[in-house]
Write a protein that binds this ligand. Structure first.
Ligand SMILES: [Zn+2]
Length: 287
């Protein structure tokens, strides 16, 4: 899907493993910036390099022209095919310093954050050749600038990317969608990061990893809703903790109680969501 003169979005369907082994359909967006060289934003899960390469060929381009793959963070659906893309193109791999260890050693990531089906989602470890920090500016090779915004919360080294010439803001997983799995490392940092994204002037489209492209006014609404959702999660976690101070003893039980409070199905409870609920600071104050 063409977003602007240089930017294309590729929707990548995949499946994750549910709590009882069932398969749950999901998708993630990968973005391509096509200039004299080609820059990719995230890679999708293992095996998705084929879809990326096929799309490039349809556009009359070659995979070898990919010179830069920016990984917005280290989660499996963003880095799964990075190794294959790097091997086919020899491209630079760029990511924030705080995500580097989990990209360069996927077994370390799996030990610390055991996502079900992890090894079917991530092909292998890959070296980060360019370490990014807030304020860095990258050159995708078509007279455009990519500005790096450090937007922690979903994970500590999550970055968003701003393309001022085209008014495109790539937010990866920084803005949660109400009703979707609430996954973050730090709710307060997440809210501050979305406030920061809201302050960016001249947004023509918000391009998230888990959402359709949102144009102008819709972009602002999605960010407001994301903040509201995080606040609701924090309040629900606080409410549950106040009603039963022992509820935190079993993270999965706490997770189910908070989901119920939010009006979400308890079947959404999983260790990643439980970890997010425990990362609500108001809850921590109760313990
Ligand atoms: Zn993520």
């Amino acid at each position: 899907m063409k977003i602007s003169e240089h930017v294309h979005a590729l929707k990548m369907p995949f499946k994750i493993e549910g709590p009882s082994g069932q398969s749950i359909p999901r998708f993630v967006y990968v973005y391509l910036i096509l200039g004299e060289r080609i820059c990719l934003i995230d890679s999708g899960v293992a095996g998705k390099e084929k879809a990326i390469f096929d799309y490039l060929r349809e556009m009359g381009r070659r995979p070898e022209e990919i010179s830069l793959l920016i990984l917005t963070h280290s989660h499996p659906d963003h880095i799964g095919a990075a190794r294959a893309v790097q091997m086919a193109s020899g491209c630079e791999i760029a990511a924030h310093a705080a995500e580097r260890a989990w990209i360069e050693d996927i077994e370390l990531q799996f030990r610390k954050r055991p996502v079900p089906g992890f090894h079917s989602l991530v092909e292998g470890s890959v070296g980060v050749s360019r370490v990014l920090q807030d304020g860095d500016v990258l050159d995708p090779g078509c007279g455009l600038r990519i500005e790096v915004l450090h937007t922690p919360g979903h994970s500590s080294g999550s970055i968003s990317l701003w393309l001022p010439e085209e008014g495109l803001l790539f937010s990866a997983d920084a803005v949660p969608l109400p009703g979707e799995l609430p996954i973050f490392d730090d709710a307060t940092a997440s809210i501050a990061s979305i406030e920061r994204l809201k302050a960016v002037r001249g947004i023509r489209a918000l391009l998230a990893a888990w959402d359709e492209p949102r144009r102008e006014m819709h972009a602002r609404r999605v960010m407001d809703e994301g903040i509201g959702y995080l606040q609701c999660i924090r309040e629900a976690a606080l409410g549950v903790a106040s009603a039963d101070p022992c509820s935190g003893a079993d993270p999965m039980n706490l997770c189910r109680l908070v989901l119920r409070e939010l009006g979400l199905p308890e079947t959404m409870a999983n260790p990643l969501v439980a970890r997010s609920i425990q990362a609500c600071p108001d809850r921590g104050d109760q313990e």
